[in-house]
Design a protein around this ligand. Sequence first.
Ligand code: ASP
Length: 340
Amino acid sequence: MAKPRKVLLIYTGGTIGMMADPRTGALKPMDLEHMEDQVPELSRIGAALATASLDPVMDSSDMGPKEWVRIAQLINQHKDYDGYVVLHGTDTMAYSASALSFILNGLTKPVVFTGSLLPLGVLRTDGKENLLTAIEIAAAHQDGVPVLQEVAIYFEYSLYRGNRSVKTHAERFEAFRSPNWGRLAEAGVHIRWNHAALLPPRSGPLDVLDQLDPNVGVIRLFPGISGDWVRHSLGTPGLRGAVLTTFGSGNGPRNEDFIGALREARSRGIVLVNATQCFGGRVDQGRYQTSSAFNELGIVPAGDMTVEAAVTKLMFLFGQGLTEQQIALQFPQSICGEVS
Ligand code: ASP
């Protein structure tokens, strides 16, 4: 009989692991033993499980680059595992999964993020199915090779590429979507893999590139946006780059007040990226007159990247010590399937 696959559960926090404080009724993080009490099926699953945890665990809205690096280190310190399930709050899960996809260079194993909207201890929880199927996916092998060799998000019967995912609903169990990339798998009676959508096997070895530069920002355009607002944001001390979330296929206002503020930032060497604020589709910079100025200013189009992937990719590329010119060249290229 084949040996059971070794899967490491990394608990970082979030609703999935919350329990009601018996005194106040407020939700607080449960420890791992309590989690195993809530899901007795864990002891019957066909994988050898071990657990690790962020210390302290936290709501994902409190997480950032420091915690992403910590998760990567936990994976790196447990290299002998076949797969990893990261239990994480849903609010910023798509950012963490995007960041991890860049940090875990040469990853050849599954890293599956999951969580839930109702805590495991609640009768109607969505967490149990998410957790059990995420483990099954992290343990899935074909001819001795892991089926999934990338960072993914499993939620409500669907497996998505992590750096293509967006949290799209605050209340529905089906809280994630991947607007510009097909599902990697669907879980029903069987787990149906979409092999064409998976990253092709990589050769490794795993190299944790854990330098991230948080001196970046996101500016969401809106009709009437003033040059001053943009100038103040882009004048943040230490800022090195920003994602502009633009209209439609990458458009914005043409007035000199707004364009002048972008020009000033560009002349100081600030890298500006153009990502659409639409849910799906891609930036086609220069297609309309309302995006030609972006070409003239050397603004870098983000193609069909999510904003989550674009902002974490900027942190990652600056962290690797690239110059402004190198970032302009490398940003549009795919590192691990985040853009096509
Ligand atoms: N606020 C929680 C978090 O993101 C929500 C959740 O877990 O879904 O940590």
